[in-house]
Write a protein that binds this ligand. Sequence first.
Ligand code: NOJ
Length: 545
Amino acid sequence: MSQSKFWKNSTVYQIYPRSFCDSNGDGVGDIPGIISKLDYLKSLGVDVIWLSPVYKSPNDDNGYDISDYKDIHEEFGTMADFDELLAEAKARGIKIIMDLVINHTSDEHEWFERAKAGEEKYKNYYIIKKGKNGKLPNNWGNFFADCPWEPFGDPKNEEYYLHLFSKKQPDLNWYNPEVYREICDIMRFWLDKGVAGFRCDVINVIFKESFADGKKQLALTGKEHYVSTDGCHRILASLRRDVMDNYDAFTVGETVLVNVPMARDLTDVERDELDMVFAFEHMECDQIGVKWFKTKFKPKRLMKCLTKWQTGLDWNTCYFENHDQPRSVTRFTEGGEFRKVGSKMLIGLNFSLRGTPFFYQGQEIGMTNGAFNSLDEIMDIESHNVDKMAKSLGIIQPFRWNLINKTSRDNARTPMQWSAAEGAGFTSGTPWLKIHPNFTEVNVENDLADKDGIIAFFKRMNEFKKSSDVLTCGSFKSLHEGRSVYAFEREYEGEKLIAICNFSTKRAAFPDGIIGERIISNYYGEDKKLRPYEFVLIKPEETKK
Ligand code: NOJ
């Protein structure tokens, strides 16, 4: 028995094209590079690729600022390359979903250029507001530590456009039915080509219900006016009805600042809006307030959060990494001598939860946070903005660097480490972002040559999950949330499996009463105790068949 929707039986692998594989030596990953690695992805058992943006873009935010939704960014290749990628992936039974960035466009998109040139039609594609007595239209904050209002057009008109992200990413005006029609058309363009759906960027902030001042807060003042609004729900339901329903495709929404009830509404089968969401609460369990203030990781907080979301939603994404988050092995384990075993534990955990597992490139070899020495080596706009803002607040440089070094999104964006060759097998040229010097050890070639490699474990878990009704369809129940040990049960038609993880460098006792046959583990042999970062799937005595 498997789930009836293909995306519920799929393992998804996210590719960040810039950093995946460079075929032409310009230091930037590209589509032909991805094509050259399709056999590798097939061998991992990947069913769906989520492709971060490959559209035309001036690259202010690495492709999340799109200047043409129907064309390919020249650094990545051509539309012919994309079509070949789709065909080659299909030939291997792999589907592709695109990143759909529709909260904003690039300021170099034709729509914005025409708006700037004074065409009323296109001005109405964006959120342009009058200032108030020489002041900004409201007191909102910005996701990239910037001011969200930028002067628009002739200064004597005192007009500003809204950008919740960089100033090169003006927000679209979703009050305008023309915008809706344009986006439907873009979605159909890609679906007609054969893509299997979309990861929808910051989708739950697209509709601003009001532009009134927000309640003052540390970050994102004003968010109560745009997070998961009724208008957003209406648009998502319409997009489903008008576009998605005509294709065998799915959507996964990147939904910022959502809680369980909000996510439940967004994925409610009756409401029919999104299929799954990426929520962030479990990515926040090592921070105080905002993400830049990291605290010591307490495994119990993560466990509680996972349990809350597993039980709160019938089905959702399961993930520990993406291109915006620090690497999971650095974040949730001690790394070092535990890097391999810790990476395997997190992979085992991700496959054992109920939902669709998503993995990010490099996670299957235990890639770690980047090794940057200073801000000069960081490319990400968000990190640079945060540095500027922190400086303006009088925060001294070593302190600022400490925050950025731990949290910068570039930690996950360092080039994929394919081999120990110069350029890590990623490029023959100068990489756009510094390659982690551990590439001589941590790379795909080495890992594949190791029968106990992380990839071997990934494949085993993936195959097992697909063959197991319990892991694919079973219910979830938490059994134990200790200081370092997490245990939960999956159950399907009376058959059970128990997953146990030890989030510690120390040995730990098995939770009381859990005995049974070891099905899969990241260690060999039996032991009375759980070993450091041990992951084990157990078939409990009572249900052994
Ligand atoms: C979320 C994306 O994951 C991130 O990389 C991007 O900067 C913002 N949305 C803005 O598009």
